[in-house]
Design a protein around this ligand. Sequence first.
Ligand code: HEC
Ligand code: HEC
Ligand code: HEC
Ligand code: HEC
Length: 226
Amino acid sequence: MRYRNTFVVGALLAAGGVVIWQGGRASTVSANPGDLTVVATTAAASAALGPAGDAEYVGSSKCKKCHLAEHKTWEKTPHAKAMETLKPGGAKEAKEKAKLDPQKDYTKDATCVACHTVGFGKPGGYQMPADAEAAKKMEAMENVGCEMCHGPGSKYIVIHEDIMKSKRKYKDDELVAAGQNTKPDKAVCVTCHNEKSPSFDKSVAFDFDKMKAKGVHDVQPLKQRE
Ligand code: HEC
Ligand code: HEC
Ligand code: HEC
Ligand code: HEC
């Protein structure tokens, strides 16, 4: 993850999450969904947890009204169909190739769901639904949504609303401090694109530029950012 004025704290990174340090505050922006490790922070770091530390996932539909172009083009990427893949009959050939059972319902398998949904098991994120009604409510948290690359939205979405209404200028740092990853890079991608994915091809190195062209929405020039 690339953050301005930010240093990754190595010891905490080793504990399983990506921890960033901003002006004396450490915040866990993206724990590795691949191993579902709850980020173990040292006493010093948890005492210093900043406002971004307790941000919740809100779902991609909340971003749609203001970022229609990004949402529309995200919908065309495989990320937006990641839950379909886990259903019986979904991505049959890919499953056979990865030695998975094409008839099995993997939407109930926590291992799979961790990388194929938004914020699984984290505040506001996807939870395994108990019945059909709960499943309906969880639809907004299915698939690899905006927040899996940009960070949980509950804190920074308030700032975006203000920027929108006031038409004011803003700096990147303001959003980063609220837990946003404004420039998702390779480090974010490989929290899922790694050997814990049953279909991962170890023989091919993750080519960020190539994968970005295929897996990321179209981008618009930003007008209000300083
Ligand atoms: C939260 C996990 C997660 C993150 C983070 C993530 N991906 Fe993915 N990605 C997936 C899943 C799951 C699929 C498979 C979707 C499907 O077809 O069901 C996928 C599929 C893709 C594909 C299409 C399959 C392929 O191998 O060509 C591309 C391209 C891609 N991702 C690029 C990226 C890039 C670039 C990033 C970082 C900017 C990224 N992904 C971040 C989970 C993730
Ligand atoms: C560590 C994160 C991760 C986990 C865990 C994971 N996936 Fe995925 N899945 C991905 C990514 C990333 C891709 C894109 C291709 C790749 O790099 O493997 C993907 C792609 C797939 C595909 C290929 C889709 C296509 O159309 O080509 C299938 C099928 C799939 N996953 C099923 C599963 C199942 C079933 C499980 C659980 C047994 C699972 N995945 C667990 C991250 C994950
Ligand atoms: C797979 C990772 C990934 C997902 C999922 C994703 N983004 Fe992005 N997003 C990126 C990357 C990478 C960039 C930076 C692109 C660049 O700098 O060239 C970016 C840039 C942006 C930007 C700034 C540039 C612009 O287009 O205005 C906005 C806004 C944005 N994303 C919104 C969204 C929204 C809304 C969603 C969900 C519908 C979303 N993103 C989903 C990776 C992702
Ligand atoms: C009320 C409208 C609104 C909502 C809702 C909203 N945004 Fe934004 N967002 C904005 C505005 C306005 C900007 C600044 C655009 C500009 O400078 O042209 C922005 C900027 C961004 C940027 C670029 C930041 C940078 O400086 O690089 C990203 C990424 C982004 N939004 C993602 C999201 C995501 C993800 C969500 C949902 C969790 C979301 N936004 C929800 C209005 C919104």
